[in-house]
Design a protein around this ligand. Structure first.
Ligand code: KG4
Ligand code: ZN
Length: 344
């Protein structure tokens, strides 16, 4: 089975080829990023992102063809149809549908977050995944604890009430004078922080950490930074200190809530998913939960953490392998929740 997959839900134009009979493997995974463009505005302007998607999609399809994708050697096309920025999603969906019509291949719609989750199952047979699975999905647009009792069935047991974790990284990075995207910028700056007697007094809040619900909230953290940053701005050592404390605060909350979810639910496998799962400290802290609970912890390979098309191909591969066909009659759904795709 060979699946060509396309992902354009936000600011990356990505195309990948996933193949395999017993288990999936990624043949290529190409990503054209708009990071340089959004550095200028220090964040994504949807109209700008959609136009850039339009410019990138045909060159990306040409690259995929150069690497061997053709009507003869693929069986299906998979594309992200939800959720995301409407203008960006349309480019990928219409591109995939056009290619499917020309090459006479079925085209399947995949939910972006299902893609992030199944990125953790790269190179695993569908039957090797042990349920129940708990997924901590952390990206620029989402922060969710998702319980899966079986394949393709999602129960959202916790989610953010305001900003997503990635959004908090991005917004706080802007407040302390670091670039876009904020996640990698903050974690690099945090590494330069040197603990002194004067430092470690920032004491940023860990919102909702002791609250009984499994929900998150990050806007208070952003506001706390806003009020603490002095009017004259920060010197480099202070920037490192703010970055260090911000990263710690966000990760303390993510790990703390995941721990609470594990106490409340019987789980065999814990996975980390979404762009923020590129964060090395978070990866380390989540892995440590293995010593507290009898669980297997799976962290996606770095290349499949931030938005990419391999993850969409991997989700489609597992669906086709288990004959749980993804939607073939679909249109762009910018706000569709993950639990909305459960079979009733
Ligand atoms: O999944 P993703 O690529 O796009 C969305 O679906 O939103 O996630 C992007 C988010 C951004 O907010 C970015 O700052 C964050 O992931 N991110 C990170 C790191 N790399 C990317 N956050 C923390 N640490 C990182 N190393
Ligand atoms: Zn994403």
């Amino acid at each position: 089975m060979r699946i060509l997959s396309i992902e354009t839900s936000c600011d990356e134009t990505a195309i990948a080829l996933v193949e395999g009979e017993e288990k999936p493997s990624v043949v290529f995974n190409l990503v054209s990023s708009q990071i340089e463009l959004h550095k200028i505005t220090q964040g994504i302007v949807p109209e700008v992102a959609a136009r850039a998607q339009l410019e990138a999609i045909l060159p990306m399809i040409s690259e995929a063809k150069k690497l061997g994708a053709s009507a003869q050697n693929i069986d299906a096309i998979a594309v992200t149809y939800a959720p995301g920025l409407v203008g960006s999603l349309i480019v990928g969906v219409e591109g995939a549908k056009t290619l499917g019509a020309l090459w006479q291949k079925p085209v399947y719609g995949i939910h972006h977050l299902e893609g992030h989750i199944y990125a953790a199952f790269a190179q695993m047979k569908s039957k090797e995944i042990h349920f129940p699975v708990l997924a901590l999905v952390v990206s620029g647009g989402h922060t969710e604890l998702v319980l899966m009792k079986k394949h393709f069935h999602y129960e959202i047991i916790g989610s953010t009430r305001d900003d997503a974790a990635g959004e908090a990284f991005d917004k706080i990075a802007r407040l302390i004078g670091l670039g876009y995207p904020g996640g990698p910028a903050i974690s690099q700056a945090a590494l330069k922080h040197k603990e002194t007697k004067k430092s470690a007094q920032l004491n940023l809040p860990r919102p909702m950490l002791t609250d009984k619900s499994l929900d998150f909230s990050f806007s208070g953290l952003k506001t706390a930074v806003l009020y603490k940053v002095p009017e004259e701005g920060l010197n480099p050592a202070q920037v490192h200190e703010y970055a260090h404390e911000t990263e710690r605060a966000i990760i303390d909350v993510l790990v703390g809530k995941t721990r609470q979810a594990l106490h409340k639910n019987f789980v065999s496998t814990l996975i980390l998913a979404g762009g923020v799962s590129a964060n090395k400290l978070l990866r380390r802290e989540i892995k440590k939960l293995r010593s507290e609970f009898p669980i297997e912890v799976i962290i996606p390979p770095f290349d499949y953490t931030t938005d990419n098309a391999a993850m969409i191909g991997l989700a489609a591969w597992h669906r086709l392998a288990l004959a749980e066909l993804p939607s073939a009659d679909f249109k762009v759904m910018p706000r569709l929740k993950l639990s909305d795709i459960n079979k009733s």
